[in-house]
Every structure is written in structure tokens, then in C-alpha cells.
Design a protein around this ligand. Structure first.
Ligand code: ADP
Ligand code: MG
Length: 349
């Protein structure tokens, strides 16, 4: 487990007057509804166990009220759990004293918010520098250091603009630049793109994925949107009523949904568009044939693969290295709907 960046163990959060007094009920299986009706407490999180590997994008998905924000806020201890453990880099976040926790939030885990969290009276450059200023860096130096991130997120020339002069997408770019400038290894993104229009949102997903190819941060990304989750997640955990009902490889979730709730989630996705070569390829193999980027979806790959002499292609990463291969049969299998064993009728609804 050495390369697990974040380990969440048996985490419970109950909101109310005396959460610990009703914990036992929840541990014995009492539902969220019953807990509220009988005991007047709100079940926020129930027995969460998630291992988040370093350098990947781990998505936490669920409908509104399922506990996503509550969960991500436990990672940097903006919320104290009712029970459970939060280990980051082998260290118990819940045991940290005030100073240590402050350093942890400033240097280790940066948060990017849905509402951007920008200072309206500060310029783009000042907002981007803000995370460094909080770390104790002088403003001019902080601006210098964060300038490359302002450029990297596509805001060169906008340094002296104020947030109100920018579109939502550009404001969120500032939020991202600010988080990146701190050099934090962990990015906590709570519905960071949810307020954006669909096209701008897709742009921002591309910006994030492009950066991630270079930076390899540990990103915890929250969304209520399955398409977004599938587009950017290396792994996905799905929450319902404060509990994880399925977690793992996005491909596995699409192929083997754990229950009807997840079947409902996935049944309308466009498989050709959401399934990427990287999730379907045979890892570590290579073939005689063309090379396709890992991020291509099945729809984009289909023609190339079917025209290739061997009906197969290599899958390459951002640096051009072959990381696996894929053949026509696999592409077609990926396009077809899975057997939904938990609810056979759901297939033809
Ligand atoms: N401070 C709080 N007091 C009481 N209940 C809360 C509090 N914060 C969140 N909740 C409840 O916990 C549940 C999960 O909320 P939240 O984590 O915000 O969900 P999500 O981010 O998935 O929309 C909801 O039922 C919400 O009403
Ligand atoms: Mg939320």
C-alpha cells in the first residue's frame, strides 16, 4: 500500500447534536431516513473506505446530497469525522496539531472550488498568486512564480483583469492556476467545473487532463456528472446516501454495474464516446500496426483499427511510448451494452 497517497478508513460522519450517541445505530445498518426520523440526526457518510493512489485522478461521484462535499472536506479536515481514519502520505491527518494542519492545507492539499473562490478586488495575477502569498511568499515574488501557471492555463494577457471581467471558464482557470502555483501534490476539486456551460466545461476538462499528463498530481475530483467522471477519472467511487456503492476502474463500472442505481446512471451513456482506449487496451502488449493515443475514445479509434492490416493498433501515452494495444474485437465489445445481470429488464427499457 506504499503508493497510496490517501487512505480513507471506516469513515463516518453524522450531523446533529450528539453524533457519537447515534453512531452505533448507523453501524448496525440504520438507514439515513430512519436516522433522521427516529433520532433527528443526518447521516453524512457511512463506513467510507477508499484508497487513493498517487498521481491519478480519483473521481467521487453521486447525486446532490449523496455526501461528496462532506467527504472531500474530510481530506484536509475542514470537517471532523464522527469516526474513522484519514491517512495522507502515511500520516494521520486527524492527529495533526493546528500548525501542522495549516501547513498541510497550504502546501500539501490545494482546493479548487465550484464557485471559483476568487477575490473580486484582486486581479488575475494577484488571485493566482494568492495561494503562495498565504504560504508566506511576498506578493511580487508570488506573482512572478505564479505567472507561468497563469500562462499555462491560457490566461496570458489577462493578468491585470478582475474576475468580473472574465467568463466563468476563465475564472475557473484562475482558480486552477492558483492551486497549481502552490505546488501542492494533492488537488481537491469539488465540482470545480459544474457551474460551467457544457462546451467550456469540456475545455476545462481538457486543460486539466493536459496539465495532469505533465504534472501527475494526485487529484480528487468531485462531480455529479457521469460523462465528466468517465472522461477524466482513472478511478471512480460512486456515493449514494453517504455510502460508497461501487468503486474502481471506470471501465469495470460500465461493464459490471453493481446495482440498479448504477445501471440507471450508466444506461444512457454513449459508450463510443466515453470509453477510452486506455481503459480497454491490453496493457503492456504491442502489435504491428498504427499507434493511437490512449485518450482517444472508441468512436475515434474504430475506423483506424478496422482499416489496419492486422485489425489492431498500439496505444501510446503522451510521450509517444507504447503502453498497450487494442484490436477490433475489443473495440466492438466495448461499444456493445453490457449484460446487466442485476436487472436484465433494464437493458431494453
Ligand atoms: N453542516 C451540516 N449539517 C447538517 N447536515 C449536513 C451538513 N452538511 C451536509 N449535510 C447533509 O449531509 C448530506 C450530504 O451533503 P453534501 O456532502 O453536501 O452532499 P453533496 O456534496 O453530494 O451534494 C446531505 O443530506 C446534507 O443535507
Ligand atoms: Mg457538494
Amino acid at each position: 500500500m506504499a503508493d497510496m497517497k490517501i487512505q480513507i478508513k471506516n469513515l463516518y460522519k453524522i450531523f446533529g447534536q450528539r453524533p457519537k450517541s447515534v453512531l452505533k445505530h448507523v453501524q448496525d445498518g440504520m438507514s439515513k431516513t430512519e436516522l433522521l426520523e427516529k433520532h433527528g440526526h443526518v447521516l453524512g457518510l457511512k463506513d467510507i473506505n477508499i484508497d487513493i493512489p498517487a498521481k491519478g485522478v480519483s473521481v467521487i461521484m453521486g447525486l446532490s446530497g449523496s455526501g461528496k462535499s462532506t467527504l472531500i472536506r474530510h481530506i484536509n479536515r475542514l470537517i471532523e469525522p464522527t469516526a474513522g481514519e484519514m491517512i495522507v502520505d502515511g500520516e494521520d491527518v486527524l492527529a495533526m496539531g493546528k500548525n501542522k494542519l495549516r501547513d498541510f492545507r497550504r502546501h500539501k492539499a490545494s482546493m479548487v472550488f465550484q464557485k471559483f473562490g476568487l477575490h473580486v478586488h484582486r486581479t488575475v495575477a494577484e488571485n493566482a498568486a494568492y495561494g503562495l502569498v498565504v504560504q508566506g511568499v511576498k506578493l511580487e515574488e508570488a506573482k512572478k512564480q505564479s505567472q507561468k501557471w497563469v500562462e499555462r492555463v491560457g490566461l496570458a494577457g489577462f493578468e491585470d483583469h478582475y474576475p468580473a471581467q472574465l467568463s466563468g471558464g476563465m475564472q475557473q482557470r484562475v482558480g486552477l492556476a492558483r492551486a497549481l502555483a502552490t505546488d501542492a501534490e494533492i488537488l481537491l476539486m469539488d465540482e470545480a467545473f459544474s457551474a460551467l456551460d457544457p462546451l467550456i466545461r469540456t475545455d476545462m476538462q481538457d486543460v486539466l487532463l493536459g496539465l495532469q499528463d505533465e504534472l501527475h498530481k494526485t487529484i480528487v475530483f468531485i462531480t455529479h456528472d457521469l460523462d465528466e467522471a468517465l472522461r477524466i477519472g482513472d478511478s471512480i467511487a460512486i456515493l449514494r446516501d453517504g455510502a460508497v456503492i461501487q468503486q474502481g476502474d471506470p471501465q469495470d463500472i460500465i461493464m459490471h454495474p453493481a446495482d440498479d442505481y448504477i445501471v440507471d446512471f450508466i444506461q444512457d451513456i454513449n459508450r463510443g464516446r466515453v470509453i477510452r482506449l486506455r481503459t480497454l487496451m491490453d496493457k503492456g502488449t504491442s502489435v504491428e500496426g498504427p499507434s493511437l493515443d490512449q485518450s482517444l475514445n472508441l468512436e475515434e479509434a474504430l475506423q483506424v483499427v478496422s482499416n489496419a492490416p492486422g485489425k489492431a493498433a498500439n496505444v501510446i501515452d503522451g510521450s509517444g511510448a507504447t503502453i498497450g494495444s487494442i484490436n477490433l474485437e475489443q473495440v466492438i465489445a466495448g461499444l456493445s451494452r453490457p449484460d446487466v445481470v442485476t436487472n436484465p429488464e433494464a437493458r431494453y427499457r
